[in-house]
Design a protein. Structure first.
Length: 159
């Protein structure tokens, strides 16, 4: 499996995987699904997007963009999405490692995650194994799909 910059022909698969995470309602803050037009615009607006691909099939993706502007513009943010039927195969790890390399290549100094849901144990263990540091906990910072609130844990990694 390789991780590479996305191409136009990847957009349908990327949008489908992204929407799957949004529909689950337990990880991404977005509530609106992407369609063909909004998906194309959304992914094109990022500083960098990549997909995990094998034999022409897309298994996951990430987006990378500035977390802030001006004096904080050296801090970037990223989101990762892996198809639900492909989870548990270390695809997320490949995506995060590639993202760290590309964030540094693009001149960012810190990769920060603003809202990792505390109960997202698999993601948290992966981030910690790759050297991310937790900044604390924000009580009830994420509204789950069913309406209850979960804590969020900001993380960062110096590049």
């Amino acid at each position: 499996m390789t991780v590479r910059e996305y191409r136009e022909e990847d957009l349908a698969a990327m949008t489908g995987i992204w929407n799957e995470i949004v529909e689950e309602g337990i990880a991404f803050p977005q509530e609106d699904l992407l369609d063909e037009k909004s998906g194309r615009e959304f992914f094109a607006s990022q500083s960098y997007c990549a997909v995990a691909e094998e034999d022409g099939r897309i298994f996951g993706l990430y987006i990378l963009h500035p977390n802030n502007v001006g004096r904080c513009g050296h801090i970037c943010n990223a989101s990762y999405a892996v198809s639900s039927v492909e989870r548990g195969k270390h695809i997320g790890e490949l995506l995060v490692k590639d993202c760290l390399e590309n964030a540094k290549r693009l001149g960012f100094g810190v990769l920060q995650f603003n809202a990792v849901v505390e109960t997202n144990i698999h993601a948290r263990h992966l981030y910690e194994r790759l050297g991310f540091k937790q900044l604390g906990t924000i009580p009830k910072g994420f509204r789950m799909k069913d309406g209850h609130y979960e804590n969020i844990c900001p993380y960062y990694h110096e590049l």
